[in-house]
Write a protein that binds this ligand. Sequence first.
Ligand code: ZN
Ligand code: ZN
Length: 404
Amino acid sequence: MTLDLTAIYKDLHTNPELSFQETRTAGIVAGHLRELGFDVTEGVGRTGVVGVLSNGEGPTVLLRADMDGLPVQEQTGLEYASTARGTDPDGKDVPVMHACGHDVHVTCLLGAAEQLAAEKDAWGGTLVTVFQPAEEAGGGASEMIADGFLDRFPRPDVVLGQHVAPIPAGFIGLTPGPAMAAADSLNITLHGTGGHGSRPEATVDPVYLAANVINRLQGVVSREISALDTAVVTVGQVHSGTKNNIIADHAVLGLSVRSYREEVRTKVLAAVERIAQAESAASNAPKEPTVEYFERFPVTVNDPSASERVATVLRSVLGEHSVLNPGPLSGSEDVGEFATAAGVPLVYWFLGGGDPALAEIVAKTGRMPDEVPSNHSPFFAPVIDPTLGNGVKALVSTAREFLG
Ligand code: ZN
Ligand code: ZN
């Protein structure tokens, strides 16, 4: 090994970058990949990096890592803690931290790239390493695909990736089937006609309209979705008006929708739009509501048979009892965009990054202690050893399983 993964990790951790601003990280990644003999393309989907290693006949395996940090003020107290600042999409100066552990993902994928390049005699096929921007904002994978990812690079036969989690290092969480929720953020602007608060008859009151929409939305999951399915519709923001005696001309609702099956997702979103339109018509609104989607994540679905192969391989390298099935999680991911676009299986697992001593507590109580900081916490601090080593092993062994 020539790459010093601990040094790379600490450097990335100290220097996190916000979504679509990962230029320093991308430069480091591209430099190492070139030294390892990969064919490297930068600027894919703005700040993404793709490294391809062609090694004769055989399948094509895509290994994916995401690169972005979060607007969080780090409070871990680590000697390599971040004090970085960045500018968010609204132009605001914010602290930046690798609070989701994407620095672990980048480091492990570089380590795996190095090892697979060194072991070229032992496998055949094509390795495609993807260093994706902007997972947190949900646009990174789709932006790479929109930038011609599938046409410009070898098409994968399988997509593999991992996310560090607070579970004890040495363990892997792998849920076959739906593993993470779909998430959709949407803003609905309801249009009314403004006027004096004393003369509602001369207006279409968007506050009353909004109240009816919010009320009616509570029936989407309870009346239109099967008891065997799961979905959440939350109105997290309502904005309208400027003064008590003025009827505003519009109201804006900010919604967050989660679901675990594409059919349910489609049905819930259609119902939300239908209700906004129908209530607008019921209020005699001057025009139809405007619906704007952002921060969208598909359901992350692990292919059951590919997951079984991955689980078997991971047990063989990390230990017979190392692979757990945590069931579906309510968090969201966009790694599935690559597999869906290529029409191939996805396997995405959670890499234990917590103190290995936690294993004893988990074994006794059957659950993680609540006080252990998890992803997005200002205290989230994966242990370096053995997390990085395990992450490299997991990527190398599973890639080898699917390569020729
Ligand atoms: Zn995250
Ligand atoms: Zn993440």
